[in-house]
Design a protein around this ligand. Structure first.
Ligand code: UT7
Length: 335
């Protein structure tokens, strides 16, 4: 019988520094009231200078391995938009720091959908028999690419990392990952973009302005597409899993905005109390948002062993994706 991918460990890592809405309002033209009512965010974590995405990814991966009860891994995928360097990928360095030198390790660029994309890759490797234990890490430090003077992005994003271990098992086990769906639409490439620093607009280009280095987002456009795509893809995997809407114990949508999460749940007919959320304390942590929300839901008792879980995400590209799984008997670990 073909092996089934089974989630068997989860770890998280957050920077110590908390930045509240009032902290932001002290230097930007914004307010706690605006940020809370428009996004649901009260505070976020931010790295100190010198701490890189790879550091958070490494710590989250250590937690996931501890949670899984084994350091054995034969593949590592790191979903991130904020690698330690434009070149090389950060994943081999993280693997080496974990004592996993020699395994295949690569970065995956699907912006805020990166974790679901990584989970899909891990599932396929496990199903095909090409891997038996895969580390999937989602890690981002958007504080390193957002403009300190831009209230529209600075208020939303936070830094963090989450990681899971996916092992070969059977489809009836708790933790089994079922249907996965992915999609993209390149016509939306400008809605979320860092204009400069790639081959189309190198940093060395004479026309590159300092602003071109920063992350920008057309919020309203992204909002609309995020709701539509996340709801659609989650509905697709729900139906493929053979679950009714009432069967869904926990909907974990990308933590982009509390209003987006509410709108996705409303479209799907999932009650708000069945939604996991970590946005209030962490903001939008990009590729880390789903594993961080999962870990928070497990720690708070919101998630129980055997619960039917739907993950859904939307990100720059545009990219989106969803996955269905049952929740395993695991304790999230943070190092
Ligand atoms: O992770 C990838 C996916 N990302 C998302 O899904 C994010 C989706 N978008 C959103 O969550 C929302 O669009 C935002 C939270 C980014 C913005 O909320 P909005 O309600 O869509 O506001 P808006 O962009 O339409 O801006 C309305 C006003 C503007 O001022 P004017 O032009 O009307 O004078 C903005 O400049 O709100 C202003 N504004 C702010 N005001 C105070 C934007 N950010 C802030 C802020 N504080 N932090």
């Amino acid at each position: 019988m073909q092996p089934a991918p089974v989630l068997c460990g989860i770890g998280t890592s957050l920077p110590d520094r908390v930045v509240t809405n009032d902290d932001l309002a002290a230097r930007l033209d914004t307010s706690d009231e605006w940020i809370r009512t428009r996004t649901g965010i009260r505070e976020r974590r931010v790295v100190d200078p010198g701490t890189a995405t790879g550091d958070l990814a490494h710590a989250a991966a250590q937690g996931a391995l501890k949670s899984a009860g084994s350091a054995e891994v034969d593949l590592l995928i790191l979903a991130t938009t904020t690698p330690d360097h434009p070149c090389p990928a950060t994943a081999p360095d993280v693997a080496q720091r974990l004592g996993l030198t020699g395994i295949p390790a690569w970065d995956l660029g699907a912006v805020c959908s990166g974790f679901v994309y990584g989970l899909a890759c891990a599932s396929s490797f496990v199903r095909s028999g090409a891997a038996t234990r895969v580390l999937v890490v989602g890690a981002d430090t958007y504080s390193t690419i957002t403009d300190p003077d831009d209230r529209s992005t600075r208020a939303i994003f936070g830094d963090g990392a989450g990681a899971v271990v996916v092992r070969a098992g059977t489809p009836d086990e708790d933790g089994a990952i079922g249907p996965v769906s992915l999609g993209s639409d390149g016509s939306q490439r400008d809605a979320i973009i860092v204009e400069a620093g790639g081959s189309r607009r190198p940093l060395t280009d004479a026309h590159t302005t300092p602003d071109g280095r920063y992350f920008t987002m057309r919020g309203r456009t992204v909002f609309r597409h995020a709701v539509e795509r996340m709801a659609q893809s989650a509905e697709k995997v729900r139906a493929e899993a053979g679950w009714s809407t009432e069967d869904v114990d926990c909907l974990v949508a990308h933590q982009a905005n509390a209003r987006i999460i509410d709108a996705v749940a409303a479209r799907m007919g999932v009650a708000p109390e069945r939604c996991a959320t970590s946005i209030e304390r962490l903001g939008n942590t990009a590729a880390a948002s789903l594993p961080l929300a999962l870990a928070e839901a497990a720690r708070s008792g919101r998630l129980h062993t055997g619960d039917r879980v739907l993950l859904t995400a939307f990100g720059g590209g545009a990219t989106w994706g969803a996955a269905a799984l049952t929740w395993p008997d695991v304790t999230p670990m943070s190092i």
